[in-house]
Design a protein around this ligand. Structure first.
Ligand SMILES: [Zn+2]
Length: 414
């Protein structure tokens, strides 16, 4: 028997919380449609806030509707920097039961476990529910955590409108979550989440200690050749924009496989002009999405693409413009927290590996304000943003145990 100071979380209770919350906005195919700041979102918030109050928390709501539930420390303080866990409970229109919801409800389970064992902590604990992470009804995505981290101003976000016409300010008012409380400072922030990718499941590993969120550089590439008749124009006299674009698509794939450690490269969108079956294409516009853990490497990937574009332009007698349209810096998570997650997994006898997050998460913004890390657990087939999203109860419980270990570790640290 191993002697561990981390109490055991209740995996069944965590699963039941997930299934109960998933009833609000449940879809016929087993998913959840609970868009940000709708009445269903209100019902979800009310349910979870009730659980957090029952767990002895003080609740605060800030101007963008983020909820912070604070469990006092052993000195009865709620104003000292808290060790926090959080995520979001809004979903995509055809979302699943676990994306976001798992992070919040793992937090609820941590507090319930501390209460069961009468454990007091050196610092307060907090559970955060961030507003509009999904960005499906209102842009930008990760709105609540972005306002918390001052990536956007509150005024800008309150004025954003949904397609149905409501502004964020009006929607918050309608559901009763237009708060006035000051957001708390965190001593550390952890976010457990389903992986939303296939790596852990494929490698049969239970815990992903997320060491980085990938940076992104997006480009619009425009290739200009010359429209011409598909019949009379001999092959060697063509300036075929689609042929040149195709060569670059292959280069994007080569670049993605050549740069360590976490390089991704995707061409997901292409416009062929005039897009007629008997005309040699005179113009092609396509997207390139590059991701990696280091911005230096991302820049090298972009330089590589530009060099290829210059070579192909000369070879094929076309003009190629490569224009950067989006740039997100990579986010390295806190080394001590990542190590604590790994150690907690090992002590619990769970398989663990370091991993990168390829998607955006609230943690990426919160990381600008305090030491932050994420804990990934496998999801079935790596599928999310889909009603079929699924995860195993034992893996969700394992992630929650590792979370509790890491939070206690941090709460009692200096
Ligand atoms: Zn999420």
């Amino acid at each position: 028997m191993t002697d561990t100071s981390t109490p055991k979380i209740d995996g069944d209770r965590l699963w039941n919380s997930l299934m109960t919350l998933a009833e609000i906005g449940a879809t016929p195919k087993g998913g959840v449609a609970r868009l940000a700041l709708t009445d269903l979102d209100r019902q979800g918030r009310d349910l979870v806030c009730g659980w957090l109050k029952d767990a002895g928390c003080e609740l605060r709501v800030d101007g963008i509707g983020n909820v912070y539930a604070i469990r006092p420390d052993r000195h009865g303080r709620t104003d000292a920097p808290a060790v926090a866990v959080g995520s979001h409970i809004d979903t995509q229109p055809s979302g699943g039961k676990f994306d976001g919801n798992y992070g919040v409800l793992a937090g609820v389970e941590v507090l319930r476990t501390l209460n069961d064992h009468g454990i007091q902590t050196e610092r307060p604990f907090a559970v955060a529910i961030w507003t509009n992470e999904e960005g499906s009804r209102f842009t930008p995505v990760m709105m609540g955590s972005g306002v918390y981290a001052k990536a956007f101003t509150l005024e800008h976000c309150l004025g954003q409108r949904a397609l149905d016409g409501a502004s964020v300010a009006e929607a918050l008012d309608t559901i009763g979550y237009a708060g006035t409380d000051t957001p708390p400072a965190f001593a550390a922030y952890l976010e457990p989440h389903i992986e939303q990718g296939p790596v852990l499941e494929r490698e049969n590993i239970t815990i992903g200690a997320v060491e980085t969120a990938l940076g992104q550089r997006w480009f619009d590439v425009t290739v200009v050749g010359q429209d011409a008749h598909a019949g009379p124009t001999p092959i060697e006299m063509r300036r075929d924009a689609l042929l040149a674009a195709s060569k670059l698509v292959i280069e994007v794939r080569r670049i993605a496989s050549q740069y360590p450690d976490y390089a991704r490269g995707t061409v997901g969108q292409m416009q062929v002009i005039p897009n007629s079956r008997n005309v040699i294409p005179g113009k092609v516009v396509f997207s390139v999405d590059f991701r990696n853990a280091s911005d230096t490497t991302l820049l090298a990937m972009a330089d590589d693409l530009r060099a290829c574009a210059a070579r192909v332009a000369a070879e094929d007698g076309v003009e190629i413009e490569v224009k950067e349209v989006v740039h997100f810096q990579p986010c390295a998570f806190d080394a001590q927290l990542v190590a604590s997650i790994e150690q907690g997994a090992k002590e619990a006898g769970l398989s663990v590996r370091r991993i990168a997050s390829g998607a955006g998460h609230d943690a990426v913004y919160v990381a600008r304000t305090c030491p932050t890390a994420m804990i990934f657990v496998p999801c079935e087939g790596g599928i999310s943003h889909n009603e079929a999203e699924n995860a195993k109860p034992e893996n969700l419980a394992a992630g929650c145990s590792v979370l509790l270990h890491a939070m206690l570790d941090r709460a009692n640290a200096r």
